[in-house]
Design a protein. Structure first.
Lengths: 190, 265
């Protein structure tokens, strides 16, 4: 039950993009097409879960020496190392998967959403299983936001918008409206 | 003092560990890529038009590299790309036939009229949804420039309500042909000079009433052609370029001016 709560909480109530406003850059950049948003979403889920697994022992190490205030720096280092490694391994072992995720992986290296998940895990003092669930849920939430917004964007492309608002302004306004709709989920879980 | 040294030591250790790990992984999982493949990819124009029959420039480069495809299929790159590919791989490559796009419609503002004012999204696709476009002729150029928007080399412009391709700039990639709702754009050899600028399937009387320069299927060109290259089917003339000798008899015979010398357009 606890894990389901974490999942629902991260996917809908505290959606990383639409409620916590992390990973906006990737959110606006990749949501132009349904296909690329799916690829990005899959890459983010993958990286978030693995980054959680990597940073968990690092945090224990930092805790031991009482220097947890340096967690952000350590996490960035570990995540960047990990993404680089995964990229190289994928290229050799699974070329089709590398082709599908390859262009998105470097984008995620310094994505704040990934860092955000690992920090949340620590702040909420989750254990390993809870952390992984949290990462999975957040990744799914990110993918959901991307998919929904790519649908909205395809409508924006087809509609007649005043010259001043064309492009980024219209996209940002649409994003805020989508975000507003997710406010409806707040209060679902206490 | 230790409060400063311990973090520094830990981070130095982490950094060195990461560096070693990355180096080992990059050696163990190194993928050998032939540098010629990269050169081939650079030799192609990278506009991913698909007119070579492959899903993109990189897929085509890979196919050439494996010897599955001929090196002269890239139309936008033309002889320049083919020459570069030949020098990279050290093979003989045949000539690329230079092609250009052409809009087969002469229904400009002088000869045809609009039946309503279209105020929606200014694109051919959306205009075509309402009574086959805003022009009286339902098979002609819609004039909202969907082809202009997709052209990677900016070779198309709307002149007098009809899309016109500049053959000097056009690379013949064929992306515009896919964008036209009325399938008016043809990718044709540059050596063939004459073209019928109308695709109206309506009978002559109807075509005549909606457009001043539409082909009415009168068959005068068919009779005038010394090689028998022209046939009138579906109420408009078509030229068989395997027989056409560029004599220009059809242009002179055409009463409505639907057959044009495209070099003069």
């Amino acid at each position: 039950m606890e894990y389901i709560l974490i999942l629902v909480g991260t996917v809908l109530v505290n959606n990383i993009v639409l409620s916590q406003f992390m990973g906006i850059c990737a959110f606006l950049g990749v949501s132009k097409q349904m296909k690329s948003s799916l690829g990005m979403g899959a890459a983010v889920i993958f990286v978030m879960v693995c980054a959680t697994l990597c940073t968990y022992p690092i945090y224990i190490l930092l805790d031991k020496f009482g220097i947890t205030y340096l967690k952000t720096v350590a996490f960035i280092l570990v995540i960047a190392l990990f993404v680089q490694m995964i990229e190289m391994i994928l290229k050799k072992v699974m070329p089709p998967m590398y082709k599908a995720l390859g262009i998105y992986l470097p984008l995620i290296t310094t994505n704040c959403a990934v860092l955000g998940v690992t920090i949340t895990n620590v702040d909420e003092s989750y254990n390993l299983a809870q952390s992984v669930t949290n990462a999975l849920g957040t990744g799914i939430g990110f993918t959901l936001a991307l998919l929904l917004f790519s649908g909205v964007r395809s409508r924006i492309d087809d509609s007649k918008i005043p010259e001043t608002f064309r492009g980024v302004p219209a996209t940002l306004i649409a994003a805020s409206i989508v975000s507003l709709s997710f406010m409806g989920f707040s209060g679902l879980i206490g | 003092m230790m409060t400063y040294i311990i973090p520094i030591l830990i981070f130095a250790g982490l950094g060195i560990l990461s560096a070693v790990l990355l180096t080992v992984v990059s050696k163990v999982f190194a993928v050998k890529t032939d540098e010629r493949l990269e050169q081939l990819q650079n030799a192609l124009p990278q506009i991913n038009c698909g007119s070579c029959g492959y899903s993109g420039c990189n897929a085509y480069a890979e196919a050439i590299f494996k010897g599955e495809a001929d090196a002269n299929l890239c139309k936008p790159g033309g002889n320049k790309s083919a020459g570069e590919i030949a020098s990279i791989l050290g093979i003989e490559v045949g000539k690329v036939e230079q092609q250009t796009a052409f809009v087969r419609c002469g229904g400009n503002c002088e000869v045809t009229k609009h039946k309503y004012v279209f105020d929606g999204t200014q694109s051919c696709k959306s205009s075509n949804r309402y009574y086959n476009g805003s022009k009286v002729c339902t098979s002609g150029c819609l004039g909202y420039g969907d082809c202009v928007a997709v052209c990677p080399s900016n070779a198309i412009s709307i002149k007098d309500g009809v899309a016109v391709v500049d053959p000097r700039v056009c690379t013949g990639c064929g992306i515009c042909a896919k964008a036209c709702p009325n399938a008016l754009i043809v990718i044709r050899s540059r050596r063939q000079v004459y073209e019928v600028c109308c695709r109206s399937t309506a009978i002559g009387k109807v075509t005549r009433s909606v457009c001043g320069s539409g082909c009415i299927g009168c068959k005068l060109c068919e009779k005038a052609c010394p090689e028998g290259a022209i046939t009138v089917t579906d109420n408009f003339a078509r030229i068989d370029y395997s027989k056409c000798i560029n004599c220009g008899a059809c242009e002179k015979a055409c009463r409505v001016g639907a057959i044009k010398n495209i070099l003069c357009v």
